[in-house]
Write a protein that binds this ligand. Structure first.
Ligand code: ADP
Length: 129
């Protein structure tokens, strides 16, 4: 399942991933990783021209959305969410979308199309490995 039309939802009955537009501010980004400014710029140009073709990965745990990596607010998240995110931070390499997220931010877009999977604290670590 990839989801083709913007805002489309699917698989909600089976618990599979759904494609939704989420406000950027609702996505917590616990992983520290430096983004490549050139990539971000290229994505900004492309997203402006043709829109976001591939949604970013997001995991929903207890109503909180986690996605992408972050170069700024990571440390805050890191300490706030303590043990769980401690593990999450070190296993979160599977969540793509860092550059797309930052491209949206820099374009001043308020929402981003996401492929959201439901997870629990326990399953999340395994899923992200
Ligand atoms: P990210 O950190 O966001 O995953 P990458 O540079 O690793 O950044 O990958 C960019 C991804 O963005 C690719 O998977 C590409 O298919 C996807 N993508 C989605 N929309 C666009 C677009 N409009 N132009 C270029 N790539 C796009």
């Amino acid at each position: 399942f990839t989801g083709s039309s913007p805002g489309s939802r699917s698989n909600s009955a089976t618990g599979g991933p759904v494609i939704v537009e989420l406000p950027l501010e609702k996505i917590k980004r616990p992983l520290i990783r430096t983004s490549d400014p050139k990539k971000v710029k290229e994505l900004m140009d492309s997203i402006q021209k043709i829109g976001l073709e591939v949604p970013v990965d997001v995991i929903e745990v207890d109503g909180v959305y986690y996605g992408t990596c972050s170069s700024e607010s990571s440390l805050k998240c890191y300490y706030t969410y303590s043990f769980f995110l401690f593990n999450f931070c070190f296993t979160c390499i599977g969540l793509s979308g860092c550059h797309r997220y930052e491209a949206h931010q820099r374009l001043g877009l308020l929402k981003i199309r996401c492929k959201v999977r439901h997870g629990t604290k326990e399953t999340l670590r395994h899923y992200l490995r």
